[in-house]
Design a protein around this ligand. Structure first.
Ligand code: ADP
Ligand code: MG
Length: 579
């Protein structure tokens, strides 16, 4: 974060500098006032004869000082905001960029809600801290020490009063701050919870409604929110005690000073002007102590947030680019060599157990298996969404870990099990597969994916808007848009992760026919639960519990693989279309 600060160092310097100007003007004023009272009005040094000219000239000087101070204050504010806004902006972008680089493993680790809180609220807290450090902090510390110094020069006995009261106040303030400090981290975590509940429920609104869980979820949100407010209130309660307490002590000091001042004036040791100046200084000092406590609150909260942001920024990418520049003449060959895999952060249980298989260029390779058998996990290793725990995955005879990530992922087009669509038009959703694709290319891909038939029915065609997460499309329509996107990418390897499950058999058959002709040289991996989806594949691997139990053509598997036959027969009974 401090690296990001470098660009704005000039503002970091200018803001406090002008603030010093403002405070200096603030500190000069009471002294000028003293001259006006003592010499101008009372004429103490002139045998009691006042001096109107002195009053006017000093008064004009004071106006000038006020204007100068005000202008310094404005400039300081402008520079402080230039710094804090720009810095916060840079941090927000850096965090987002880092989150985009996160592997699945890392996004799993931070919750979505927490990432949202960090990039929004935590950055704001840090921004407040930044403004306060170059402005408020400078102002109050300078008023505090400058004020004390000025009082000290006025009369020693006032100094003693301050010397007795201030330490008490400062110790009190420090006590409250140390009490409040641990709450700030908790506060942000409670905010994470609130965001998590909101995020889950907005995303899952349909499920919540379908299961009539609104009350349950409203309750859950209520609890998360109450906890947040309770923590907030505990902090506020602490500070609610602090300010009046400091006020009482300091006001008592004020009374003592006025009393001493009266005695001193009567004894002829001090002038009324000096007493007036002292009282003004003292209220400035008082004000600065209370302000300082507020600033410490911002600082504590900002520091807690800064730590949370650093957790994102310090998170080194788990999946990194390979170190060697690689070249291969083969196109579309995949090999799994003794691959085992357990999810990071899981219980260490192997989800894939010693997988060995080779998929040749241009081959259509089916993967069949029950839910949870490890099919998605298996193909996630090819584009390095996760890295194999043991063994190696090779694409075009080169270990996937040796590729630059972009290069590897450009070789592969995946239509994921859950088709993620974005809140834009159908055409642009497809265009995600290839930047600057022409309208003809998009049409062709949609045509191949058998999506054109439903797109053509829409009055706006490819320009039809898709609601968030594709809510406005049916399951099968979403899948076809996702397939069109994958086809448009025109990669060497095409992976369909259960992405034809919502298509009717006739549409699915048409799609596979196109794949086998037009995408003949592309290596195709098709994950399915229906035998009908993979029956035409060159080879089918049957996965059970993380292991390949058999692999071969439909005919071969019908003969040799009992699990395959069982699945076949159960689906036949269900009309050939059963899950
Ligand atoms: N992100 C994850 N973290 C931990 N475990 C996971 C994760 N994703 C899947 N699993 C587990 O891995 C196993 C295989 O899942 P998956 O590969 O998705 O199965 P399939 O695609 O065959 O239905 C399941 O037991 C599942 O619970
Ligand atoms: Mg799956």
């Amino acid at each position: 974060m401090f690296k990001l600060l470098k660009k704005y160092w000039i503002f970091v310097l200018l803001a406090p500098l002008f603030m010093i100007g403002e405070v200096a003007m603030d500190l000069v004023q009471p002294k000028m006032m003293q001259v006006i009272v003592d010499d101008g009005v009372l004429g103490l040094n002139n045998g009691g004869a006042g001096n109107m000219e002195l009053v006017i000239s000093m008064g004009l000087k004071m106006i000038f000082v006020v204007i100068l101070g005000g202008m310094s204050g404005v400039l300081s504010g402008v520079f402080a905001n230039m710094f804090s806004q720009n810095w916060a902006n840079a941090i927000r972008k850096a965090c987002f960029r880092r989150v985009m680089e996160f592997s699945f493993e890392q996004t799993d680790k931070f919750s979505t809600g927490s990432l949202v809180t960090r990039i929004t609220n935590d950055v704001t807290q840090l921004q407040n801290l930044a403004t306060q450090s170059v402005r408020g902090f400078v102002r109050t510390t300078m008023l505090f020490f400058g004020g004390i110094f000025c009082v000290w020069t006025l009369d020693l006995r006032f100094g003693e009063v301050l010397f007795c009261t201030l330490p008490v106040v400062i110790i009190g303030v420090l006590f409250f701050i140390s009490k409040a400090n641990p709450f700030f981290d908790t506060l942000q975590r409670k905010l994470d919870n609130v965001n998590n509940v909101v995020q889950e429920n907005v995303a899952g609104a349909r499920v919540v409604k379908a299961y009539v869980k609104e009350d349950f979820e409203i309750n859950r949100f209520g609890n998360a929110n109450d906890e947040l407010v309770n923590t907030q209130l505990r902090v506020l309660r602490l500070f609610a005690f602090m300010t009046p307490l400091a006020n009482i002590i300091l006001n008592m000091a004020l009374v003592v000073i006025i009393k001493i001042g009266a005695i001193e004036v009567q004894a002829g040791n001090a002038t009324p002007g000096a007493i007036m100046a002292a009282v003004t200084y003292l209220s400035r000092i008082m004000h600065s102590v209370i302000m300082l406590a507020m600033i410490f609150q911002t600082v504590s909260r900002g520091t807690a947030s800064g730590k949370r942001l650093n957790e994102i920024l310090r998170e080194a990418p788990v999946i990194k680019d390979g170190s060697s520049a690689v070249k291969s003449d083969v196109k579309g060959r995949i090999e799994f060599r003794n691959v085992s895999f357990a999810y990071p952060g899981g219980n260490g249980e192997l989800v894939l157990d010693n997988i060995n298989m080779t998929i040749e260029p241009g081959e259509t390779f089916g993967i069949l298996g029950a839910t949870g058998s490890g099919k998605s996990t298996l193909i996630n290793l090819i584009p390095r969404f996760y890295d194999a725990t043991e063994g190696s995955v090779l694409v075009d005879n080169i270990d996937v870990r040796d590729y630059a990530l972009n290069e590897l992922r450009n070789k592969i087009a995946v239509a994921l099990q859950k088709s993620e669509l974005f809140n834009t038009t159908i055409g642009e959703n497809i265009m995600w597969g290839k930047e600057n694709a022409s309208a003809d290319e998009i049409m062709a891909a949609a045509e191949d994916a058998q999506a054109m038939e439903f797109i053509a029915d829409k009055s706006e065609g490819l320009d039809t808007a898709v609601a968030e997460k594709g809510m406005s499309l049916s399951g099968g329509q979403k899948q076809r848009v996702a397939i069109a996107r994958a086809l448009l990418k025109n990669a060497e390897i095409l992976i369909f992760d259960d992405s034809t499950s919502a298509l009717d058999l006739k549409t699915e058959a048409k799609l596979y026919k196109v794949l086998n002709t037009k995408y003949d040289s592309t290596t195709k991996i098709i994950i399915a639960q229906r035998i009908a989806s993979v029956k035409g594949a060159d080879r089918i691997a049957v996965i059970d519990n993380g292991s390949i139990v058999d692999c071969g053509s439909h005919e071969k598997l019908m003969e040799s693989c009992e699990i395959y036959r069982d699945i076949y027969e159960s689906q036949l009974k269900g009309g050939g279309d059963a899950q």
